[in-house]
Write a protein that binds this ligand. Structure first.
Ligand SMILES: C[S@@+](CC[C@H](N)C(=O)[O-])C[C@H]1O[C@@H](n2cnc3c(N)ncnc32)[C@H](O)[C@@H]1O
Length: 393
């Protein structure tokens, strides 16, 4: 935490350089079974939080039984599902519709006996896929990523999923389906870039989805036990999440007690590209290229007439521009976008509310990208009254 006396960018940079690592926030003793507990193992996600981090932040900053938690960049919904598991209200956004689907499913407890019956019926239905007409979205990307027989089998599984009328159960299946797509495709395993491996050993999609559903069923049962009855009875009251932009959240002004989030990084993960298999199969966007532009932190983005207000950010952009004008534009766009996220976060926070952004620094073309310092500087830059005027409070 940075004190209130900090004013200049130089002071902030010095303060960060003196800061020591606080071992209390190290979680390296945890096993995958700990970090994937409850619903947290439903779906892989790049730069996913571990629930223990969110739990610790809730322990630190929430004292009463009632609180309103927000995550503008939900990703796979770690903050949201953790808040719900503690009986707290939660809201959030993510521009990635796949992220929204995962967050929704991870935060929605389903009555275990009912779900068990549904899954048994579903598995039975998968036993005879012969006569089922496959549902395969028209996209050359599907032919690029999937072998013909696998594509047809996946299309049949999807067709059976769409037969389900209970939308919570259907979405549960869709998350399992989305999770297995990467393994079933030529996508080079463990690669975060869309790269093909045509020699990849491809699994049987049917076996894979059954395995995933059984794992998720276990997670749901654990989650169902911990979510308070009051939340289960009236989930809508507790869960306000949308597929949308972090800069424009459907959340009332001055309503949130605690924001817990991790932002995208500049030109690090291209989330739209990374989730293209799910986005195409689940028909989540009409135009993948247009959809990509809405993401913060992507490459090939430039804002001709905007500058970040932070002096540290301006200096970073200037240094990078000496090496690459294109990269500098991308970094500038990232800082400008993030500034708007902070303005929006400020609008929805209660007076005295807290905001925890998990962010690290990176190096691009040899220049230190001081994400943490820039954001901290911004917090001081807008004095409360100035900020209130800016967001119309
Ligand atoms: C670091 S990830 C969050 C991971 C998350 N904490 C979790 O536990 O899974 C950052 C997220 O920001 C999202 N994002 C990028 N641009 C956005 C925007 N304009 N509005 C909302 N979300 C955005 C990405 O889709 C990605 O899911």
């Amino acid at each position: 935490m940075i004190g209130n006396r900090i004013n200049s960018s130089k002071e902030i940079i010095e303060l960060f350089s003196r800061k020591e690592i606080d071992e209390d926030w190290s979680f390296d003793y945890l096993k995958p079974s700990d970090t994937n507990k409850l619903t947290h193992g439903y779906h892989r996600y790049p730069a996913k939080f571990i629930p223990q981090l969110v739990e610790k932040l809730l322990d630190e900053y929430i004292t009463g039984k009632e609180a309103y938690i927000n995550d503008p960049f939900m990703g796979s919904g770690t903050t949201i599902a953790t808040a719900v598991s503690r009986g707290l209200k939660a809201s959030g956004t993510d521009i990635n519709k796949v992220a929204y689907l995962i967050s929704k499913v991870k935060s929605t407890p389903i009555e275990p006996i009912y779900l068990d019956r549904k899954i048994c019926e579903f598995i039975e239905r998968l036993e005879d896929l012969e006569k089922i007409e496959p549902v395969i979205p028209k996209s050359e990307r599907i032919d690029y990523w999937f072998r013909e027989d696998i594509k047809i089998e996946l299309g049949k599984i999807l067709s059976v999923i769409y037969e389900e009328d209970d939308l919570d159960v259907r979405d549960f299946y869709l998350v399992a389906f989305s999770h297995i797509l990467k393994n079933c495709s030529y996508w080079l395993q463990k690669s975060i870039k869309p790269t093909r491996n045509l020699k990849k050993q491809l699994p049987n999609p049917r076996e894979l989805i059954i395995k995933q559903l059984l794992k998720m069923k276990k997670g749901n049962n654990e989650f169902y036990k911990v979510v308070p009855d009051s939340v289960k009875r009236n989930l809508k009251e507790y869960l306000n999440i949308k597929a949308g932009d972090a800069r424009n959240q459907p959340v009332d002004k001055e309503s949130v007690d605690l924001i817990i989030t991790s932002s995208p990084y500049v030109t690090s993960y291209e989330y739209a590209d990374l989730h293209q298999l799910s986005t195409i199969w689940l028909d989540l966007t009409a135009d993948l290229k247009e959809h990509r532009r809405e993401f913060i932190g992507i490459s090939y983005k430039e804002y001709k007439n905007s500058e970040p207000s932070s002096k540290i950010a301006q200096e970073i952009v200037r240094k990078v521009a000496e090496k690459s004008k294109k990269k500098a534009e991308e970094i500038k766009a990232f800082f400008v976008d993030m500034e708007e996220v902070f303005v929006e976060s400020f609008r929805i926070l209660k007076n005295g509310g807290m905001c925890c952004f998990v962010i690290g620094n990176t190096k691009i073309l040899g220049v230190d990208i001081l994400n943490a310092e820039v954001e901290e500087y911004r917090r001081k830059l807008y004095r409360r009254e100035e900020m209130r005027k800016r967001v119309g409070l």
